[in-house]
Ligand binder design. Structure first.
Ligand SMILES: Cc1ncc(COP(=O)(O)O)c(C=O)c1O
Length: 390
């Protein structure tokens, strides 16, 4: 077979750090070990039945067997706008301020290509969701990292970003509730972000993937609740986490009209739109009963108590996440994050994600997903206790 070389652009994409980890887990399972996999971010609960039912009905409708309209159905854009009004009291024009996405990931990877020319600067959080780097690489953008430090509540400190970097930056990505740290942002922080953007002409993209998941009664704030936010940026919302629809690939971008039209333009060239039945079911999720969301948050909250309470009891001094379904735990002294993750996999058959995989400032931590039952999380605590390292 002739081997065709990959393009330089493709070769410039960052390595898939977590692929190596998934392989190690596969090996441990193949050896017959009962691995507790807390290293990935795949919601473990099924999609609520009323949404599945709607998909089933919609799949039978021949209208949905045709190409759906470019840029998606108006009823889904209206459902997104209604959702933002109901949940966040944010007014959106469904025609000009909403773009339908094949999941949040697609939007996040497309946006740098929509707005940046090669060499333009993009600010991203470190530690952060690795796909921000993929989007930057495809746009041949210059990356500047914003350290997220524990002493700042894992919010970037804008005062430490050099002024020349701020003047050169065209695009900034933020994400709260945060993957991987579990931190949430305050409205004041978002207000400050809007001011910074206005001063330096930076387009802000807020990734609100975990928007529904806040603990101890705290509801995560939307970036668009800050005054002027939708004039200077957008928010990316996904149905993957709120409604356990990760496999369905549906989300939307809301906010600044020029960014929304740029997303729609690139998507006109890349795709037609989502399967109409998925769009109907997504509208059902957004417009329909919301009790499933409250139940899901309560489930994650009880898992959080089981894990964090259990770890504290065995002497591991850990912080509880304020939102998302991740706990961000400081590794014990003497281990790097990679060494500790390997140690847990080898000695306790527990998979966690080493912080270094999320960036340089992720070193010293591991990320643990609340994506297994309380029993399994308690079993993980028992196995860690048996290691006798605390
Ligand atoms: C921070 C963050 N953003 C975006 C996504 C993408 O989600 P999706 O593409 O399923 O909408 C994820 C998924 O894990 C995530 O953790």
């Amino acid at each position: 077979m002739k081997e065709y070389p990959k393009s330089e652009l493709l070769n410039s994409l960052p390595g898939q750090f977590f692929a190596g980890l998934v392989k190690k887990v596969g090996e441990a399972i193949a050896q017959g070990h009962d691995v507790i996999n807390l290293g990935q971010g795949n919601p473990d609960q099924p999609t609520p039945p009323h949404i599945v039912k709607r998909l089933q009905l919609a799949a039978e409708n021949p209208v949905n067997h045709k190409y759906s309209p470019f840029q998606g159905y108006k009823y889904l854009k209206e459902a997104a706008a209604n959702f933002y009004k109901r949940e966040y009291n944010v007014d959106l024009d469904p025609d000009t301020e909403v773009a339908i996405l094949f999941g949040g990931k697609a939007g996040l990877v497309e946006i740098p290509q929509c707005l940046l020319n090669p060499g333009d600067t993009m600010l991203v959080p470190d530690p952060g969701y690795p796909d921000y780097l993929s989007g930057a690489a495809l746009a041949q953008a210059k990356l500047e990292m914003m350290p997220l430090l524990e002493e700042n509540g894992f919010l970037p400190d804008y005062g430490t970003i050099p002024t020349e970097v701020l003047y050169n930056t065209k695009l900034m990505i933020l994400n709260y509730p945060n993957n991987p740290t579990g931190a949430v942002a305050t409205k004041e922080f978002f207000d400050e972000t809007v001011s910074l953007s206005n001063k330096h002409g930076i387009c802000v993209v807020h990734d609100f993937a975990y928007g529904a998941i806040g603990f101890e009664g705290e509801r995560p704030v939307s970036f668009l609740q800050s005054e002027g936010a939708k004039e200077i940026g957008i928010e990316i919302y996904t149905l993957s986490k709120t409604y356990n629809m990760a496999g369905w690939r549906v989300g939307f971008a809301v906010g600044n009209k020029s960014v929304i039209s740029a997303i729609e333009l690139i998507q006109d060239h890349l795709y037609v739109s989502l399967f109409g039945a998925v769009q109907e079911a997504a509208a059902e999720a957004l417009n329909g009963p919301q009790d499933c969301v409250g139940e899901l948050v309560r489930l994650y909250e009880s898992r959080r108590s089981a894990l964090i309470g259990g770890l504290r009891e065995i002497g591991w001094d850990v912080n509880a996440p304020a939102g998302s379904f991740f706990a961000w735990l400081k590794v014990p002294e003497g281990f790097s994050s990679m060494e500790f993750a390997d140690f847990l996999l080898e000695k306790a058959h527990i998979m966690v994600a080493p912080g270094i995989g999320f960036g340089r400032f992720g070193e010293g931590y591991v990320r643990v997903g609340l994506l297994a039952s309380e029993e399994r999380l308690s079993e993980a605590v028992r196995r860690i206790k048996a290691l006798d390292i605390f």
